[in-house]
Design a binder for this molecule. Structure first.
Ligand code: GDP
Ligand code: MG
Length: 243
């Protein structure tokens, strides 16, 4: 698992997408650190983790991006309602304090311009505020940064929650609108350890994946089933395309 000082032949950026709580972060943590947590916290903003593996005697660094920035909600995709309430002294010299209610993914969008969060100390620059205005601009900025340069995507749903599967076409649309058209996509039905609560038949998903030209696997981040296979499917396919 270590990224020790070996020579890197390739870096592949892969994004994780899908509804909230389907297990994206746990799939990533299983792959990157072989860890799992049942009471995982919702992802704040955007982060990525890496793991280097060997494909065909080349070392490939997988850079996997995980987010809480975009969630499917009703008709359109919106930034997740992961609201952060900041109460802090107004940095521009105005008396009193400033109460800012904002979506955390904005901190990523601003690329350090909006705010920095280190422990309890939070600072942000005045120009942040004007950036909060236009919802759709915000959303596009976050989205395009997230997908930029991605060569693989893992589209995750929860096999025990039908709506998370029903939203998959929307995620696919989103992906096709923002990502490279040659991006390698795998559909993942997670939480197979909860077989007794299954709400999405394997056949439905398999059929959908076939129709859309996606790879497909069912996984359990908890039991570490097929997680390795899911990543290696995507990474090997990307590897074969670039070679
Ligand atoms: P995310 O919002 O898509 O990143 O979802 P998380 O990774 O935070 O997982 C949401 C919840 O589902 C957490 O309580 C996880 O522990 C749980 N979870 C994730 N993967 C699995 C799995 O494979 N099996 C089971 N039983 N629970 C899981
Ligand atoms: Mg998450």
């Amino acid at each position: 698992y270590g990224d020790s000082n070996q020579k890197i032949d390739y870096v592949f950026k892969v994004v994780l997408i899908g509804d909230s709580a389907v297990g994206k972060s746990q799939i990533l943590s299983r792959f990157a650190r072989n860890e799992f947590s049942l009471d995982s916290k919702a992802t704040i903003g955007v982060e990525f983790q890496t793991r280097t593996l060997v494909i065909d005697r080349k070392s490939v660094k997988a850079q996997i991006w995980d987010t809480a920035g975009q969630e499917s909600n009703g008709e359109k995709l919106t930034t997740e309602t992961q609201t952060l309430i900041l109460v802090a002294p107004w940095p521009c010299g105005r008396p009193g304090g400033l109460v800012l209610v904002l979506n955390f993914s904005l901190s990523f969008m601003g690329g350090g311009k909006t705010m920095r969060c280190d422990g309890a100390a939070m600072r942000w620059r005045c120009d942040a505020v004007s950036r909060l205005e236009d919802e759709s601009t915000k959303y596009r900025a976050v989205t395009s940064a997230y997908y930029r340069g991605a060569v693989g995507a893992m589209l995750v749903y929860d096999i025990t929650k039908r709506p998370t599967f029903d939203h998959i076409p929307r995620w696919l649309e989103e992906l096709r609108a923002h990502a490279d058209k040659n991006i390698v996509i795998i559909l993942i039905g997670n939480k197979t350890d909860l077989e007794d609560q299954r709400a999405v038949p394997t056949e439905d998903a398999k059929e959908f994946a076939q129709k859309e030209g996606l790879f497909f696997l069912e996984t359990s981040a908890l039991e570490a089933t097929n997680v390795e296979e899911a990543f290696s499917t995507v990474l090997t396919e990307i590897f074969n395309i670039v070679n």
